[in-house]
Design a protein around this ligand. Structure first.
Ligand SMILES: [Ca+2]
Ligand SMILES: [Ca+2]
Ligand SMILES: [Ca+2]
Length: 298
């Protein structure tokens, strides 16, 4: 059982997220060139073949955010846990301006009157968890896709208040839904942190109840660069590695409301996407093609 999907009533202290051709024939250089161009085209098509996008404003959520609901494109349906909602945990569609101080005032890292991370209709995906409970939402990329080199995953996260020791996490997941790269905030600390293949690090980005964007671009099979940006433009980036390829993501509210609860402690996510960078890859492939042709032509 992987750690990220673990939910239900779990003591915060015990909940750890540290767990995510061969052609023997004479062939002219010209034929090789034609073949190589073919591969280049096919390769570019394959790279550009999948993208993903969704937001809480999609009509798929007009009846609420429910287990299996599946708006937008490029993702499998949401896996929500636990369900159905109780006073201690649940998932809903709501406005991200209602957490934290409950005001879209720009205070603590935001912009006044920007709607925080809401999309059309003042909508975002919300998760509440109190009284020692953990609640989460997981979304895998459709078709068993994983993030390939040059592809960027992007999501907006908006946490509210977090009681001391409680935790809010946005994670990129392996095929078995183990967390491989986690961005998180622990109540009572001063900065967002992240954990990847090599350890846990502070980001230097302070708490905000007004939302942030987290963007992760693969630069190799297991290498990435990440950019974390608050709504007011405060930003940082880093490079790192993951132990396994990334097949989806999850957002988790680990008891942010503690024994208090209420909308101030809600966690929101919205505006999720995966986009390719085909131009960069095409240039790289063109370089490889040139190299191949030059070598074979001798
Ligand atoms: Ca606020
Ligand atoms: Ca705002
Ligand atoms: Ca907010």
């Amino acid at each position: 059982m992987n750690a990220f999907l673990t939910s239900g009533k779990i003591p915060v202290d015990n909940f750890s997220l540290q767990e995510i051709r061969k052609l023997h024939m004479k062939i002219s250089a010209l034929r090789l060139l034609a073949l190589s161009i073919g591969y280049l085209v096919l390769g570019s098509l394959r790279v550009a073949a999948w993208t993903a996008t969704d937001s809480a404003s999609d009509p798929a959520y007009s009846g609420g955010w429910t287990n299996g609901s599946n708006g937008g494109s490029g993702f499998d349906g949401w896996q929500l846990d636990p369900t159905p909602p109780t006073n201690s945990y649940g998932h809903f569609i709501g406005s991200s301006i209602n957490n934290g101080n409950g005001l879209d005032d720009g205070v603590t890292g935001g912009v006044a009157s920007d709607g925080d991370i809401d999309s059309a209709g003042s909508a975002a995906w919300g998760i509440y968890a109190n009284n020692g409970y953990v609640a989460l939402g997981v979304r895998m990329f459709a078709g068993g896709n994983f993030l390939g080199a040059g592809q960027t995953f992007s999501a907006d996260l908006d946490n509210g208040w977090i009681v001391d020791g409680a935790q809010v996490t946005l994670a990129l997941l392996s095929i078995s839904q183990s967390p491989m790269l986690q961005l998180f905030f622990i109540g009572g600390t001063n900065e967002y942190q992240y954990t990847d293949a090599t350890g846990t690090y502070y980001t230097g980005i302070p708490f905000s109840d007004e939302g942030l964007n987290f963007a992760v671009t693969m630069t190799g099979p297991l290498a990435y660069t990440a950019t974390l940006t608050l709504r007011n433009g405060t930003t940082t980036n880093w490079s790192g590695s993951v132990n396994q390829q990334l097949y989806g993501f999850g957002v988790q509210n680990n008891n942010a409301g503690g024994t208090v609860g209420g909308s101030a402690y809600d966690v929101f996510i919205n505006n999720i996407s995966v986009v390719p960078e085909p131009s960069t890859l095409a240039l790289g492939a063109l370089g490889l093609l040139a190299l191949t042709v030059c070598r074979r032509a001798r």
